[in-house]
Write a protein that binds this ligand. Structure first.
Ligand SMILES: NC(=O)c1ccc[n+]([C@@H]2O[C@H](COP(=O)([O-])OP(=O)(O)OC[C@H]3O[C@@H](n4cnc5c(N)ncnc54)[C@H](OP(=O)(O)O)[C@@H]3O)[C@@H](O)[C@H]2O)c1
Length: 233
């Protein structure tokens, strides 16, 4: 694979499985040093081991600002700076508003929205030292299509899109490019439908991330929508 990310350092949140793992693998395959996180220490150690010498891991819950700070300090210490943040960690809880528990609401917003803010803030402070950087946010088509049972998830992803695009406008003149990727169904264990071959493959999302990062400095892919060609009827 073309080594266009040699000497770059990337963080991929939620890199232990699914889309995040495919992105971490693709970035490392193009030469980047990559740090992944997830809440389970065992899963982080296992995934980092399987992904090879370019990938390190540390357990961190992105909804906890202290754990996020410790993650970025670890990355700085181990990999010496930061060029790319992929905010991928996300959870889905699907129920009507009346049936949504406080815990489920807080976990969804805490991970999918607050977590992106906590990680982006840490990354932006480090990008300043490098003269720029990239933030790629994994949002969802649920960021523009409300559906019954999706109130918490829709709110988190609608919020993420607004946050992401405002952040793009805030920091573009500092050589920081922010992209929002909005997948439809992707073939992972996420959600209630489970895995299926008709869905977009996680590797296809990783390919989009590489495409975003490959753009010349003058060009910013700010938003991408992607969906299965033939969704299950
Ligand atoms: N799959 C889809 O159809 C689809 C479609 C559109 C958008 N997305 C978005 O794509 C992203 C990844 O989804 P996926 O399908 O790959 O899900 P997944 O297979 O369930 O993987 C989620 C990853 O995030 C980690 N994670 C969850 N909560 C976390 C937290 N609080 N702190 C740190 N890590 C956390 C998980 O590890 P632990 O559980 O061990 O923490 C895991 O590594 C999410 O943002 C999701 O909303 C998915």
């Amino acid at each position: 694979m073309e080594q266009f990310l040699d000497n770059k350092v990337a963080v991929v949140t939620g890199g232990t499985r699914g889309i995040g793992r495919a992105i971490a693998e693709a970035l490392a395959g193009c030469g980047a040093s990559v740090a992944i996180c997830g809440r389970s220490e065992a899963a982080v150690a296992k995934a980092a081991g399987e992904l090879g010498p370019k990938v390190v891991g540390r357990a961190a819950d992105v909804s906890n600002p202290e754990e996020v700070r410790a993650l970025f300090e670890f990355v700085e210490e181990r990999l010496g700076g930061l060029d790319i943040l992929v905010n991928n960690a996300g959870v889905g809880s699907f129920a009507s508003v009346a049936e949504t528990s406080l815990e489920s609401w807080q976990r969804t917003i805490g991970t999918n929205l607050n977590g992106v803010f906590y990680c982006s803030r840490e990354a932006l402070a480090r990008f300043r030292k490098r003269g720029g950087g990239f933030i790629v946010n994994i949002s969802s088509l649920a960021a523009r299509n409300p559906f019954a049972g999706g109130a918490a998830y829709n709110a988190s992803k609608f919020g993420l899109n607004g946050f992401s695009e405002a952040m793009m406008l805030d920091h573009r003149y500092e050589n920081v490019r922010v992209s929002t990727i909005m997948p439809g169904s992707v073939n992972t264990e996420f959600g209630s439908q489970g895995a299926a071959d008709w869905k977009v493959a996680p590797q296809d999302i990783a390919e989009i991330v590489l495409g975003v990062l490959r753009m010349p400095e003058r060009t910013l892919i700010s938003r991408v929508e992607v969906r299965p060609t033939k969704p299950h009827k």
